[in-house]
Design a protein around this ligand. Structure first.
Ligand code: PLP
Length: 199
């Protein structure tokens, strides 16, 4: 593990100077948004020469993404893109050539790329729904537009958290997620009431 804030209970993402990258590494992996702890990388870590690989499941298409910086991006659809059962993968062509020959056919991205993602019967309904979500995102002004709305929504919630002193944001300010706003209440009893509140 090149960097972790586990000792601080994941209240922030690691800082660049805390990362100990292995020279000659096959890739560097990071998760752009931590759903549970409510932290998010503002940008990509500087990963040296190794291809950058990212799990972007929980913030994919929530804001513009500089695709040129990545070797491989994978995102389970079920958070942001559509129903579960579909995973969006964007992979640089030269990395396809590195797919190990010993890898099972079905597990190789090269197989799926060369068959236009139809090597087996794809989950058509999930892919169709993902297409609708993408059309919706385009109608919002694309990822710039979606990102602006998300930034505004997150700012509203964090402002309330900071203003009241009642809610306690769990993530450090410079690592706050625009996707998952995590907070605690003054007591666990109040949290139980909050979680089970019904209209
Ligand atoms: C970034 C990220 N990747 C992967 C997963 C796994 O998703 P699931 O449990 O729906 O398979 C999660 C779940 O929270 C996630 O936040």
């Amino acid at each position: 593990v090149a960097g972790t804030t586990e000792a601080e209970q994941f209240v922030r993402v690691p800082r660049q100077e805390e990362l100990s990258l292995t020279p000659g590494a096959a890739y560097v992996h990071f998760t752009s948004n931590n759903t549970i702890f409510g932290t998010q990388w503002a940008g990509e870590p500087d990963r040296g020469d190794a291809p950058l690989v990212a799990d972007t499941s929980s913030d994919m298409f929530s804001r513009p993404i500089d695709i040129a910086k990545y070797g491989l991006i994978y995102a389970g659809a079920q958070k942001n893109l559509g129903p579960s059962g579909v995973t969006l993968v964007i992979i640089r062509e030269d990395l396809l050539a590195r797919s190990q020959k010993s890898m099972h056919t079905m597990l190789s991205y090269a197989t799926h790329a060369s068959s236009q993602s139809m090597y087996n019967t794809p989950p058509c309904f999930g892919i169709y729904l993902m297409g609708l979500v993408m059309q919706w995102a385009l109608a919002q002004g694309g990822l710039e537009g979606v990102g602006r709305v998300n930034a505004r929504k997150a700012a509203t919630l964090y402002a309330e958290i900071d203003r009241t002193g009642f809610y306690r944001g769990t993530a450090q300010k410079d690592s706050r997620s625009q996707m998952n706003i995590t907070f605690r209440l003054p007591s666990e009893a109040l949290e139980a009431t909050f979680a089970h509140a019904r209209r």
